[in-house]
Design a protein around this ligand. Structure first.
Ligand code: GRF
Length: 199
């Protein structure tokens, strides 16, 4: 599996995916790591690991489309089978998604379809749900909405804040992202409507 990673920040999900590859759990090669933020710790980490790392600062492009074109050019050279969004804080256009149909994955820190968008963990605490978690899903044109590949639950405690819940969800995120990629790499599957069905 040739894998590209898009990130904007800390990059702990990227590190978890890289760790799964290094441990031999996931048979994949990271062919590109792209950050839209020059200061993202994740891109510095990718460089330290000797991976092909590219910074494409969206603020330096005249338009959203021009920035996306630059990202698409790097991806075209890298030829990934899958693109994993790992804390990538940019919305992808329909044109971008159409270039990689059902090949772009995202991880979101809630049990979708509950709590899409920003601050999902704080949204869960404020709503009063007793269980939240994380979701790895294919990316479609809607925010945090495509077909679901893997979910992992996390109990919400009475004394949780968004931050304490996030600290427990992120542990499950790391396992879930590796699990989703291992499944895609090793099991035949088909997508029927919203359902990802593994054989
Ligand atoms: C994670 O909580 C992920 O679910 C969300 O952004 C955060 C990224 O964290 N999409 P990291 O950069 O992978 O550490």
């Amino acid at each position: 599996m040739r894998l590209a990673i898009l990130l904007s920040g800390r990059g702990s999900n990227f590190a978890a995916i890289h760790g799964a590859i290094a441990r031999g759990v996931l048979d994949a090669e990271i062919v590109a790591v792209i950050s839209n933020r020059p200061q993202a710790p994740g891109i510095a980490h990718a460089r330290e690991l000797g991976l092909p790392a590219t910074i494409l600062d969206h603020k330096k492009f005249a338009s959203r489309a021009a920035h996306e074109d630059a990202v698409l050019r790097v991806l075209a050279d890298a030829k990934p089978d899958y693109i994993a969004l790992a804390g990538y804080m940019r919305l992808l256009s329909a044109r971008f998604i159409a270039a990689y149909p059902n090949q772009i994955l995202n991880i979101h820190p809630s049990l979708l379809p509950a709590f899409p968008g920003l601050d999902a963990q704080a949204q869960a605490v404020a709503y009063g749900v007793k269980v939240s978690g994380c979701t790895v899903h294919f990316v479609d044109e809607n925010l945090d909405a495509g077909p679901i590949i893997v979910q992992r639950p996390v109990e919400v405690r009475d004394d949780d804040t968004g931050d304490t819940l996030a600290a427990r969800i992120i542990v499950e995120e790391h396992a879930a992202y590796a699990d989703a990629l291992v499944r895609l790499a090793t099991k035949p599957y088909r997508i029927e409507g919203r359902r990802v069905i593994f054989q």
